[in-house]
Design a protein around this ligand. Structure first.
Ligand code: EPU
Length: 339
């Protein structure tokens, strides 16, 4: 065996919530060959999980099985025409490093997703998005490895079935494939997405009239840093919940009672309501409960003030869900993976 397996390893450095749990076995893979070695040794027939940046998981107990840390790296320009450049990145690359690769070359498409924590491989898994842009807008294809056979399968856009923070890899194909690399199509002459209020405001404050890709990336970085807690300082996993979609009729009724309720139409009869607003209305914003709480600047982010257990955070999340259900009759569901 080339791949080394360690036993009884703390996962605290590998989850941005900073939860202290142990895994019975741990390894990391740098190439698809490393993965195939595990597959052909039968290792993946027992309990296992893949871990990228650990920025979207909440561990509630020790893990009994093999944690496989993805360190498959590399960023390559794979194709080019007059208008576009295709970039293929290893799934273990840090997402923001890929964003910087494109921004420094003036290639447009993912600058609004600057500083999203996590790895490239997690990006299609949950169709990451921020400030008006989602991965689905630039996605070309990905290479996946069948975890039973080790065979390579190409997934085009349609096969991924992207939705809001959703893809086929969270549903029908859950646990069946390892995403090895992802190819994005970036633009040499991009249409910039600056409709999002906060971006407009930062550009205006900076007196920028004709923004470049770098200006937008800088604005997004500034907005995120001013509002979202840095996991290195305060454990968190970004948005803990997804923003719920409700029927227009329910939204209209709520609007009578709560005239300031924000809402964004998604389909002709559905409205997406910011969960952060709902959580704030229920009095959770900035409230500290034991070692945890909803962040003071963005209530959608639950934080670990130090020493919180996963179950403590999970219990708080359930209380928040219940209070929103009671007050607004809206069910919100977690965005993070609870393990
Ligand atoms: N709001 C409140 N109180 C709060 C937080 C938000 O009233 O405590 C209101 C804001 O005033 C605003 C609205 O909610 O009207 C939306 O807030 P924001 O722009 O911060 O975005 P969000 O919907 O809360 C989503 C993503 C974020 C992404 C931002 C920016 C989800 C689950 N989250 O948050 O993604 O960065 O939009 O585009 O869709 C993540 O997924 O981990 C994440 C951070």
């Amino acid at each position: 065996m080339m791949v080394q397996i360690q036993h009884n390893v703390s996962l605290k450095p590998f989850n941005t919530f900073g939860i202290e749990v142990q895994t019975s076995a741990f390894t990391s893979i740098k190439t698809v060959s490393d993965l195939r070695e595990l597959i052909h040794a039968g290792t993946l027939q027992s309990s296992h999980m893949f871990l990228g940046g650990g920025s979207n998981v909440l561990f509630t107990k020790d893990f009994n099985g093999l944690v496989i840390k993805n360190e498959c790296k590399g960023i390559y320009i794979t194709k080019e025409d007059n208008r576009h450049i295709w970039i293929t990145a290893g799934s273990g690359e840090v997402w923001h490093d890929l964003v910087m690769f494109t921004v420094t070359r003036g290639l447009g498409g993912i600058e609004n997703m600057s500083l999203i924590p996590g790895t490239v491989g997690a990006a299609p898994m949950q169709n990451i998005g921020a400030y008006g842009v989602e991965l689905t807008n630039v996605f070309e294809q990905l290479t996946a490895i069948d975890l039973l056979t080790g065979e390579e399968v190409l997934f085009n856009h349609e096969m991924c079935a992207f939705g809001y923070r959703e893809s086929v890899f969270k549903h029908q194909l859950k646990g069946k494939y390892f995403i090895a690399d992802v190819t994005l199509r970036l633009s040499k002459y991009p249409e910039l997405q600056i409709n999002y209020g906060a971006i407009k405001q930062v550009l205006a404050e900076r007196g920028i009239v004709e923004p470049t890709i770098k200006d937008i990336s800088d604005a997004v970085i500034y907005i995120r840093q001013s509002k979202l807690p840095n996991p290195v300082v305060l454990g968190n996993a970004g948005s803990f919940f997804k923003n719920p979609e409700i029927a227009v009729e329910q939204y209209d009724e709520l609007k009578q009672l709560y005239p300031t309720i924000p809402g964004y139409p998604t389909t002709p009869n559905k409205i997406k309501v910011p969960a952060g607003w709902l959580i704030e209305q229920c009095g959770w914003k900035g409230k500290i409960v034991g070692h945890t709480g909803a962040h003071k600047d963005q209530a959608l982010v639950l934080v670990n003030y130090g020493g919180a257990s996963g179950n403590e955070i999970l219990a708080l999340s359930k209380e928040i869900q219940q209070s929103i259900l009671a007050k607004f009759n809206i069910a919100i569901s977690p965005e993070v993976n609870i393990i």
